[in-house]
Design a protein around this ligand. Structure first.
Ligand SMILES: Nc1ncnc2c1ncn2[C@@H]1O[C@H](COP(=O)(O)OP(=O)(O)OP(=O)(O)O)[C@@H](O)[C@H]1O
Ligand SMILES: [Mg+2]
Length: 312
């Protein structure tokens, strides 16, 4: 048996004639934090609903710890915690009462429940709010209570759909830190869906980038960046007035140049060294060419993300 807690093979979901998840092949190792990332409408939530057996695939296969969500949704539910995009609580009940309700629904032995409630509230930093009714909670507090609600059933796998959506940066980071620590301390596998790549990726061992139902990139950030930019460290952007093609030929002959691409009046050069001086010398020595702008940048996560979506 392989070490994947989740695998999908050619997973596809259609609504009418529209394909919203398109031949998705996912392999998520046990014990990892996996980020399912992509812009609004990419199909992330639909994938999650299929993993949980809450909506049926149109075709393809899913295995969640060896079980099929269409056949054994309850089995999967018994070891999986799921925090949907919009967390719902009984607003007139307190934090503790909400957790107690979930614990009872999940057949946690009654005598274990009070200590379990305290433990889960303490993990998410809501001990003091234990007896406050949920309608008085802020969005961030509800999100934290959502995590406690998921933890109370001792899940082996936790799926969070947009856990940091709508939260300010500080609260979002607290949530991510909690997830990071739970993965480390309790060895819980996490799948986190988000369109906030920069925020979420820092705790992910691996991310899959979805766009229009397809997985268009997968790996850790270094791997993604390598696929995207051929592993080059720098991008030098040169803007000129004049014939771009002549300039490109000259630049290509420079030592250390890895990739050269161009648009109408801009040239993008991938390198591992800062070759600005060499490049500018070439350009300024050419007749009929005026150098109007030159920039250099390290590849950032934004670049990886934006480039992926630019190409789709
Ligand atoms: N029940 C449904 N009926 C018809 N179309 C649907 C249904 N659910 C989702 N879709 C469509 O499927 C596509 C993917 O939606 P999904 O909610 O999975 O995206 P997402 O990546 O989770 O987006 P977001 O970041 O906005 O949550 C969208 O175009 C959406 O309109
Ligand atoms: Mg969604």
């Amino acid at each position: 048996m392989d070490n994947y807690i989740i695998s999908t093979k050619n997973l596809t979901k259609k609504y009418g004639s529209k394909t919203v998840v398109d031949n998705l092949n996912l392999s998520i190792p046990n014990g990892e934090i996996y980020g399912l990332l992509g812009p609004n409408g990419a199909g992330k939530s639909t994938v999650i609903l299929m993993l949980l057996g809450l909506t049926e695939p149109s075709s393809g296969n899913i295995s969640v710890l060896g079980y099929k969500p269409t056949k054994d949704p309850l089995r999967i539910k018994s070891f999986t915690g799921y925090l949907p995009e919009r967390v719902g609580f009984y607003e007139d009940m307190t934090a503790a009462q909400n957790l107690e309700y979930t614990a009872l629904l999940n057949s946690i032995p009654e005598k274990e429940i009070p200590s379990k409630i305290d433990e889960c509230l303490s993990i998410v930093g809501l001990q003091k709010e234990k007896n406050i009714v949920v309608k008085q909670f802020s969005k961030g507090m509800k999100q934290r209570l959502g995590i406690a609600d998921v933890l109370i059933k001792n899940p082996q796998l936790v799926i969070f759909d947009e856990p940091t959506e709508g939260l300010d940066l500080e609260v979002a980071n607290q949530i991510l830190e909690t997830i990071f620590n739970l993965n480390k301390d309790k060895k819980i596998t996490f799948i986190i869906s988000s369109h906030q790549l920069n925020l979420v990726q820092k705790i992910c061992h691996k991310v899959g980038i979805m766009s229009k139902g397809k997985l268009i990139g997968e790996g850790n950030m270094a791997e993604l960046s390598k696929n995207m930019f051929g592993g080059n460290k720098y991008l030098i952007e040169v803007e000129i007035i004049g014939d771009v093609n002549n300039v490109i030929e000259k630049i290509k002959s420079l030592k250390g140049i890895k990739t050269v691409t161009s648009t109408e009046n801009a040239i993008h050069i991938g390198t591992d060294e800062d070759l600005r001086q060499d490049v500018s010398k070439i350009v300024t020595n050419m007749d009929g060419i005026i150098l109007t702008k030159m920039d250099i940048k390290d590849f950032s996560l934004e670049d990886v993300y934006l480039n992926y979506f630019k190409e789709v």
